[in-house]
Design a protein around this ligand. Structure first.
Ligand code: TRP
Length: 452
């Protein structure tokens, strides 16, 4: 019986606590680091439009489904899927959603932590005044010297993993709610300051047109897949992170409202990041398709030139670290929740073990930027492959299964009761989750098969 099920991991204190935690999970490196660089690589406006469409017709319905399944199951994604499949007389194979989420969690966090380590290192560069008066070339050199150095990156990766597992070990609710409440708005303010600077940088119109003029001739099949994958990545969907947060959601909270709030906040942050970065790119004659180093090469130029740049630069990278931190804990939470339930381990033991494995995996990403930079499959480095495999393949597949389960396997009285919205809206959600979402994901995949 659903009524008597309780999460052994605790519960959020309110609707707002969940919104903050889920926004903390969604807003992260995906918005500020990844969105600008993949937009740059995929030609701008048309890619952005496809990404926005994916958020609307795939992201939001899947987010509602994930929260719904999580709250009904009230356990780690593996056990939630098993319990719900039993309840709905479905196959126990649905657990695969949970298992693929566990694997994706390890893989994603392994590279996420390395990039967060770059942000940590940039806090130090910013506070020590390294950006003052820096030119675009010097900024690229600064970034180059970081990524070519495995030991320095390893230290920052280690620090970030320790920070992450420390919070996870204490349970995701403790302390984090308060910190996110303060730091998320602060990040928003700094982004607005950056956009203000960008408006006067001389490249604003060019940046704006790049971001919002849709020229579909620039989008490739792979670009469409990347846009879809990024919709999942940026909303933390497809691997159980939002599902496990949903497991801690009180029963009386409206799932629709929280899903829309989180998706809108996340999208706004990404678009603001784009509006801050591309004008600076164009004003300084930089290359929009520079790849994963894009924000690390462009933003120091802006901080180096603006009044108060040391303070703003330091604050910005600090807040970026924080945003990454509140995301990282959600990437590994499904794994830790499962270890606690299944093995009976303490949260501390589960966190240290999961963190240790992730830390080791991260070394491959670090080396892929230097010693192993020539190790490639399908013309992709280890980092590129990890990113591609998780964001473009595992998350959309996980999302497809979640949509099919929520739309077709789950009894409509159950989903209707859980979502608790008026009938017209419910029917629209059902239409999206049964037909539109699976067909969209299926079509993008079918197209992408040609790529291999
Ligand atoms: N959404 C986060 C970001 O944009 C990253 C993230 C957190 C994530 N949890 C996730 C990505 C789960 C995929 C799956 O930075």
């Amino acid at each position: 019986m659903t009524e008597t099920r309780q999460s052994i991991h605790g519960q959020w204190s309110s609707r707002w606590a969940f919104i903050l935690a889920a926004t903390g999970s969604a807003v992260g490196l995906g918005n500020i680091w990844k969105f600008p660089y993949i937009t740059g690589e995929n030609g701008g406006g048309a890619f952005v439009l496809i990404y926005l469409l994916c958020i609307a017709v795939v992201g939001i319905p899947v987010m509602m489904s994930e929260i719904m399944l999580g709250r009904r199951g009230k356990q780690s994604p593996i056990h939630t899927m098993r319990t719900l499949a039993q309840e709905e007389r479905g196959s126990s194979s649905w657990q695969i959603v949970g298992w693929s989420g566990v694997l994706a969690g390890f893989l994603i966090l392994s590279f996420y932590s390395v990039i967060a380590g770059w942000a940590l290192s940039y806090v130090v560069s910013a506070v020590s005044g390294s950006f003052s008066g820096i030119s675009a070339d010097q900024s690229s050199d600064l970034f180059g010297s970081l990524v070519s150095n495995p030991t320095v990156q390893l230290s920052w990766h280690t620090l970030f993993m320790v920070m992450t597992m420390f919070v996870v070990a204490r349970g995701v609710r403790d302390g984090l709610e308060k910190a996110i409440r303060l730091l998320m708005p602060a990040l928003l303010v700094l982004l607005l300051i950056l956009v203000g600077y960008a408006m006067n940088s001389g490249g604003f119109m060019q940046g704006f047109h790049f971001l919002f003029d849709a020229d579909f001739s620039k989008v490739t099949t792979e670009g469409v897949l990347t846009a879809l994958g990024h919709a999942f990545f940026t909303l933390s969907l497809g691997m159980g992170a939002i599902m496990v947060y949903g497991a801690y959601l009180p029963d009386d909270v409206s799932i629709t409202r929280v899903a829309f709030t989180v998706a809108i906040a996340d999208t706004a942050v990404a678009l603001l990041a784009g509006m801050a970065i591309f004008p600076i790119v164009f004003a300084n004659g930089l290359e929009p398709g520079a790849g994963p180093g894009l924000i690390f090469q462009t933003l120091p130029v802006a901080f180096g030139a603006m009044p108060g740049g040391i303070i703003f630069g330091t604050l910005f990278f600090l807040l970026l670290v924080f945003a990454a931190w509140s995301s990282a804990i959600s990437i590994i939470e499904p794994v830790v929740a499962w270890l606690v339930e299944d093995r009976g381990w303490s949260r501390k033991r589960a966190s240290i073990s999961a963190g240790g494995v992730t830390w080791v995996l991260g070394i491959a990403t670090i080396l892929s930027f230097n010693v192993w930079s020539e190790v490639k499959w399908f013309d992709k480095t280890i980092f590129d492959l990890l990113d591609y495999l998780t964001a473009n393949i595992m998350l959309p597949l996980g999302g497809l299964l979640i949509a099919l389960f929520a739309g077709w396997v789950m009894n409509q009285n159950h989903s209707r009761g859980e979502l608790g919205m008026e009938e017209g809206l419910y029917q629209r959600w059902l239409l999206l989750i049964r037909y539109v979402t699976p067909v969209a994901i299926g079509l993008v995949f079918l197209n992408a098969i040609d790529l291999i």
